[in-house]
Design a protein around this ligand. Structure first.
Ligand SMILES: Cc1cc2nc3c(=O)[nH]c(=O)nc-3n(C[C@H](O)[C@H](O)[C@H](O)COP(=O)(O)O)c2cc1C
Length: 368
């Protein structure tokens, strides 16, 4: 950006952001290299969700982003221990999943050789790739790993859903906190305590994390337009991390039916459930969520349930059948309806830029 630009926050200044917006990493198709690069080129921070990728795929996606932009971008991983489920857990989970597979014409599911990519291999690759910004959710890495990332020149962001998690990230040397309020779409990042206790709303969470950690905080959850960005800044956040707002953009590689439901359903259409992946996540209610929720005792822990429902969801993906997809979405999705269908991510960043400046001017006028 140009040298006369005034930045909204030190975080925005550090990454030369014209708009104090981070496009949230979204696993499962939305954050394609085209999306990440378009957002970064437009002056916000694009973020690749790399959790489902092998180390090789992670490297090729980062190369694809680098071919499209010279500006800063981020890469996100899930912090996971290797998972070796017992046979009975897998069989129980499949007993609930198989009838749904049959509805889509798929044969009964089988135990898998592996349930998630190896986190240590992903992390080593991330360090080798020397990406400008990295973020983590679902757990905490070690202080040594933070040091390795810093030595590779990466800025480290940890996700927190309550203050104890934010303080834990600060104590191991993280540079910033992604504050994930309960409004947020998709998986809860909670890694300390019960998930039920960690459904703190963005309005309550952001200022508490600002005060408790003293680190730059990114506000995530329920932010869809300029008003939300200004509210986040007023609470002390240095940028808004927005997922659902970008989910329906042209570059988001998800089925059209998912986008349509995000754009048409009301604010009460989402629910937090662990039935689909074994980890609590907010998504739009559909037959997949409802039917798997009927047998809570058969739901395997993450990432086993996630892997066991994957083929079913991939099949639904190909058929553009939202009844059997994991329709992750935040509670504020209806606020996106006012935007043109199939908006390019760069256009969304442009609109957010105009909106937040107008909203900020309105607030300033009130205070005069
Ligand atoms: C479809 C979808 C997938 C997501 N995947 C990830 C992910 O891979 N990693 C992550 O840290 N957060 C992920 N999130 C959560 C976002 O980082 C962020 O907390 C959330 O989108 C903010 O709330 P909003 O959706 O109301 O904007 C995802 C969100 C959505 C909607």
């Amino acid at each position: 950006m140009n040298s006369t630009h005034r930045f909204a926050s030190p975080f925005a200044e550090r990454f030369d952001l014209r708009v104090p917006v981070v496009q949230a990493p979204m696993a499962g198709g939305p954050t394609s290299p085209a999306m990440v690069a378009a957002v970064s080129n437009a002056g916000a921070l694009g973020f690749l969700a790399a959790a489902p990728f092998t180390a090789e795929k992670l490297a090729s996606e980062v190369a694809a982003i680098r071919a499209l932009t010279r500006r800063p971008f981020g890469v996100n991983l899930f912090v996971l221990e290797p998972s070796v489920p017992d046979d009975a857990t897998v069989r129980r989970a499949l007993s609930a999943i198989d009838p749904l597979r049959a509805e889509l014409g798929l044969p009964p599911g089988q135990p898998l050789a592996r349930y998630a990519p190896d986190f240590r291999e992903q992390l080593d690759m991330l360090i080798e790739l020397r990406v400008p910004v990295v973020s983590f959710t679902f757990g905490l890495i070690s202080a040594q790993d933070v040091e390795r990332l810093h030595a590779a020149g990466s800025y480290v962001i940890g996700t927190a859903t309550h203050t104890a998690e934010g303080v834990a990230w600060r104590d191991i040397g993280a540079d910033a906190i992604a504050a994930q309020g309960s409004e947020a779409g998709a998986h809860r990042g909670t890694f300390i305590g019960r998930f039920e206790d960690a459904l703190v709303g963005t309005m309550a969470l952001v200022p508490q994390l600002v005060d408790a950690t003293g680190l730059p905080v990114l506000a995530a959850g329920g932010i869809m337009d300029g008003r939300g960005i200004v509210a986040a800044l007023a609470l002390g956040a240095q940028a808004a991390q927005m997922g659902t707002a970008f989910l329906t953009c042209a570059e988001s590689a998800i089925p059209a039916d998912w986008k349509t439901r995000v754009r048409t359903l009301p604010d009460t259409a989402t629910e937090v459930t662990r039935a689909i992946t074994g980890r609590h996540a907010r998504g739009i209610r559909n037959p997949l969520m409802q039917q798997l929720s009927e047998q809570p005792g058969n739901v395997a822990p993450y990432p086993v349930q996630n892997a066991l429902t994957q083929e079913l969801r991939q099949s639904a993906n190909r058929a553009n059948n939202g009844d059997y997809l994991s329709l992750w979405s935040g509670q504020a999705a209806p606020l996106g309806r006012k935007r043109k269908e199939g908006l390019a991510a760069a256009e969304l960043v442009e609109q957010l830029h105009a909106e937040w400046r107008e909203a900020a001017a309105n607030i300033t006028a009130l205070a005069r």
